[in-house]
Design a protein around this ligand. Structure first.
Ligand code: SAM
Length: 289
């Protein structure tokens, strides 16, 4: 029998109380890309998640129920993506007051005037870039940290940028505590506080890029830092009325780069928080043209 030692972890408290990071001192079984949670039964999944990951049966049950809805809605591309959703403890990334809604089909307030995207959007956007182990993925808009945590179950090279410095620091603290608790997969996440419009030259080029804030154009530096053959998903459109585009960059035989765009929601409007702009150390307006 594992020794059950519950720890309350890191908690920055600006913009609302964070959910206590209750976890086993050591997650019983460390993550590997071969990890395969049961997908055929709620009871089996809960028993597995409790034994292997030391997670709370209540949240495991809610995660499995949301999983069923996302599979029916075709938000999860294949078994790798299904595993990534089932392995990511969304409850560790929401505010205390939203714990009861962690697995709702909804975005939720995370303080600082921004939100954690709904699980269905995270699943659909991630499925469209389809990261593979070893690929470099850049996320713009770390926010709660949930999206990058999810990505770390698909690849071991995740880079994420958040413009709100205290939020970037709070989320880094959550990752660091969870890594101590035994979620070794989050060591794959490299994060910084900066304006993501300019990408992250030091680690470029990227195989995949995921943008989680809305803008009226595709930032040229991000397109430039995307590899030939790479894929970006990005909400593009006027404030509060973006369409989520999949942007595929291809190099022709003559070395010419071409870019193909498609809408991952078939034209449906999906509002995102704005892609804001840093001037010095102040956030001033947005990057919209
Ligand atoms: C929908 S929210 C967070 C979603 C996040 N991926 C998650 O899992 O919680 C979008 C985030 O983008 C951030 N953001 C906005 N403009 C940004 C910029 N220029 N550079 C980096 N992050 C930015 C916001 O501060 C916000 O935290």
């Amino acid at each position: 029998m594992q020794r059950r030692q519950f720890l309350a972890g890191a908690a920055g408290l600006i913009g609302g109380a964070l959910a206590p990071r209750f976890a086993l001192a050591n997650v019983p079984t460390p993550f590997t890309f071969e990890m395969s949670p049961p997908m055929d039964s709620r009871e089996k999944f809960i028993a597995w998640g409790l034994a292997q990951r030391g997670e709370d049966p209540k949240f495991l049950g809610e995660r499995f129920d949301r999983f069923g809805a996302m599979v029916r809605n075709e938000d999860l591309l294949n078994d790798r993506h299904k595993h990534a959703f089932l392995l990511t403890p969304r409850e560790k990334f929401v505010l205390q007051q939203n714990l009861g809604r962690a697995y709702d089909h909804a975005f939720l307030d995370i303080g600082f005037g921004v939100t954690i995207s709904g699980p269905h959007i995270v699943g659909r956007m991630t499925s469209n870039i389809d990261p593979k182990e070893g690929e470099k993925v850049l996320e713009i808009g770390t926010g709660s940290g949930y999206q990058s945590a999810y990505l770390s179950h698909l690849t071991n090279k995740v880079y994420t940028i958040e413009i709100i410095k205290p939020l970037a620091e709070r989320t880094r603290g959550i990752y660091d505590q969870l890594i101590k608790d035994g979620y070794g997969e989050f060591s794959a996440i490299t994060s910084k506080a900066a304006d993501g419009y300019y990408g992250w030259e030091e680690f470029a080029p990227f195989d995949k890029i995921i943008v989680t804030c809305g803008i009226d154009h595709v930032p040229p530096p991000l397109l430039q830092q995307l590899k030939a053959g790479g894929i970006m998903v990005i909400p593009v459109g006027p404030p509060g009325a973006q369409r989520v585009l999949k942007v595929v960059k291809t190099e022709g035989a003559d070395g010419q780069m071409t870019v193909a765009r498609s809408d991952i929601y078939g034209g449906r409007i999906v509002p995102f928080v704005p892609f804001t702009k840093l001037e010095g150390d102040q956030i001033v307006g947005t990057h919209n043209n």
